[in-house]
Design a protein around this ligand. Structure first.
Ligand code: RNT
Ligand code: ZN
Length: 415
């Protein structure tokens, strides 16, 4: 099934407001062999999955809402969504500021699930989301929620020594995949189901192997039935209170995804501080068919700050584009900042991701590759450096104008 579904705009008609600036930019890029019209078309069609959990600080609608699993949303900015109507209203407001194909990434705790335990959830608990999303022409992605629950309070879920606890979470995982398969059927594009578990230990464990064997066998159970979804697994380095050992490490899931043919999720906050996801993409792309990116911004730890238009964001987008991976990499955002207006947090991050993709699509890759393969490293360097001062913001503004979205965000908090 095609991945390219979500809200979108018709790029083939209409011109923007800054025609002079744009016409100049078009010429400058043409000199580097880049067709900005083709870039604008391509940019608009790339799906980016917006994470619902920025809107309410990852609380969900079960009624309890304590966050554990070693993740934290900090800050007391007013306006966190208290119910599904408020959350949808905030998402709609964010969408009015965000150009391009946008998908929505739900967690299992965001269904109509007050009083429904995780091993009881069904597609009907998500019928409201499906109706609403259909009305917006927006596709849904999904995540099992294996944290913030009495049965995750010991820091172990799918790797727990108690078979009953493992069975509870396995059932949750299976049900989540079935719910996502209903999304796929309704929306005509495969729903991406990402599984992340916090399982680990605060202090140094004696036995590092047995929990991994348990996790592996639990996962085998969850993925036993083939369904029309894109299954992804997400590794992590450590969480708060789980500093010494993570069962689902990078090596664990890289191996597991390769063996089972699953997508590998790389979260930009889940590696050692000097490691970058942009440096991993081409290598892992040789061994897994699909990647999921959880684009986040770690500040000293996996702090999930709003993503900036920084060098690493552009490097990630550039690797995806240069390696020709746009149809094998699913791009999703994953951050939650409770200290600022949450609608603006979405809008800034979603627009930054798309700006990074624009910069990447404007890249003169074939000329650079040509110079590189002729060992003309002077030409490669000069071209790369001169290209950096080309006027990509003029193309961005033209794109926003054609998409009917503001070229610049309003500065003030919306809530
Ligand atoms: C946690 C993972 C995970 C979560 C979401 C809420 O470190 O990044 O993806 O952020 O599932
Ligand atoms: Zn993540």
């Amino acid at each position: 099934m095609s991945m390219n579904m979500g809200t979108g705009t018709n790029m083939s008609t209409g011109t923007g407001t800054n025609t002079n600036m744009y016409e100049l930019a078009k010429e400058r890029y043409a000199a580097f062999g880049i067709d900005t019209e083709a870039v604008i078309q391509a940019l608009d069609a790339i799906p980016i999955s917006m994470h619902c959990w920025q809107g309410d600080d990852v609380k969900g609608f079960e009624g309890g809402g304590t966050l554990d699993g070693g993740i934290q949303s900090t800050g007391n900015h007013p306006g966190a969504a208290r119910n599904v109507d408020e959350l949808r209203g905030m998402i709609e407001e964010a969408l009015s500021l965000i150009p391009g194909q946008t998908r929505l990434n739900l967690h299992a705790i965001y269904g109509d699930v007050a009083g429904v335990d995780r091993n009881q959830i069904e597609p009907r608990h998500f019928a409201g989301w499906m109706d609403w999303a259909r009305g917006l022409g927006m596709a849904l992605d999904f995540n099992p929620t294996l944290f913030g629950h009495p049965k995750s309070s010991q820091g172990l879920t799918l790797a727990h020594p108690d078979e009953g606890i493992r069975a509870f979470w396995i059932e949750h995982g299976k049900r989540c995949r079935r719910i996502a398969a209903c999304f796929t059927e309704a929306q005509g594009s495969s729903s991406v189901v990402n599984l992340w578990v916090a399982d680990g230990f605060k202090d140094i464990p004696a036995d590092t192997l047995t929990p991994r064997q348990r996790l592996q066998s639990s996962l085998d159970d969850i993925y036993a039935k083939p369904l029309d979804v894109v299954d992804a697994v997400e590794s992590k380095l450590f969480g708060i209170g789980l500093e010494s050992y993570t069962v689902g490490s990078h090596e664990f899931y890289l191996g597991y995804a390769i063996r089972k043919g699953l997508a590998l999720c790389l979260d930009t906050g889940h590696f050692h501080p000097t490691e970058v996801v942009s440096a991993k993409i081409s290598a892992v792309s040789l061994f897994v068919e699909r990647l999921l990116l959880h684009v986040s911004r770690p500040v000293r730890w996996d702090s999930d700050h709003v993503i900036l238009l920084d060098d690493e964001l552009v490097a990630i987008a550039r690797e995806v584009v240069r390696c020709g991976l746009l149809d094998r990499v699913h791009i999703g955002l994953d951050y939650f900042d409770g200290s600022i207006d949450r609608v603006s947090a979405w809008a800034v991050g979603m627009r930054n991701m798309r700006k990074a993709l624009l910069i990447a699509l404007l890249d003169p890759m074939s000329a650079l590759r040509d110079a590189e393969w002729r060992f003309d490293f002077t030409r490669r360097l000069v071209m790369m450096e001169e290209w950096k001062s080309l006027p990509w913001p003029a193309v961005w503004e033209e794109y926003c104008a054609r998409a009917g979205k503001p070229a610049q965000l309003p500065f003030g908090a919306r809530r």
